[in-house]
Design a protein around this ligand. Sequence first.
Ligand SMILES: [Zn+2]
Length: 390
Amino acid sequence: MRPPAVVWDSALLGYDLGGQHPFNPVRLLLTIRLATELGVLDGVELLVPDAAGDEELLRAHVPEYLAAVRQAPLVGWDVGHGLGTDDNPVFGDMHDASALVVGSTLLAARKIAEGEATRAVNIAGGLHHAMADRASGFCVYNDCSVAISWLLDHGFDRIAYVDTDVHHGDGVQAAFYDDPRVLTISLHQHPFTLWPGTGYSAEVGRNGAEGTAVNIPLPPRTRDASWLRAFHAVVPSLLAQFEPQLLVTQCGVDSHDEDPLADLSLSVDGHRAIYATLRELAGTYAGGRWLAVGGGGYQLVRVVPRSWTHLIATVLDRDVAPDTRLPPEWVADVGRAAPDTEIPVAMTDGAETAFKPWGDEVDDPVDIAIRDTRRAVFPLHGLDPDDPRD
Ligand SMILES: [Zn+2]
């Protein structure tokens, strides 16, 4: 296997929605610092991205929207396209900073397509809400959709996209809703209870692509064991049937119990278990090819840096043991910068991640989602929704 690719440049911190906006790029900085100080990145050459050009952005966006993003800082508030709202405020170099995020995920995709890496990770990516003609949910341009579109033109016919962010991966689903070459699977908090209000089990794709959109809406307060139970009841079987050549994963960590914007109750240990599972599934079903991007995550100090350090470590096969102590220098610096926050001391929340596989006669609140999702899509893949062996 080729060495994994890690994309990072401090210029990515320029995607900054400003003020008290929850999408604060400090989370990326704290993650890279933590991964560096733990030795996870020792000897790893970080790949520096270029901004994506219009030709690439137009894979996922309409020309009028690109023009609106470019003009937004100049013309003030009346630009439409979801820009200039509380969620998506206009900032000075919005176009360039957003195009750089897309370029960073494209670079990761290129490394895999060109055979220079089997796996690649870009924690700055994962802007899964951006739509063809509008900004949405803190996302200006959709790096996931652009990269998948590019990969479809560069040797890949079957791509699986798995989205573990707490919010529905609506922008990526919309981009490929009628494309049978892309299987999108999103696990998220139930749309009744969380923005953007989509991601029901009944959303399955259309126009010959029925079954290639998959949604697993989970009840609020779902914990690690139940989340993993739902994941394993649906995802591996579909990957086995779909036979992707590449696994793309959006790894938002706003599913954590302490995240201020949502209500699932996962732990850093749960996130670590998810990444190990994604790596294993890429190995089993996608020739080892795995492109991992970041996403949401708004507990900037206590959650994101530890969870995404685990993500980078998992991609690099340098798994960090949960009881690993955080480097004293990182703890001291972050403690000074965030004096009111209790800084964690180890790479664990002390949570138990063992789970009971679905089909065990025990009734778990997530079993409703499992049954609904399996019944909605399994028959479209020739699988029996009611047989736990499928
Ligand atoms: Zn999110």
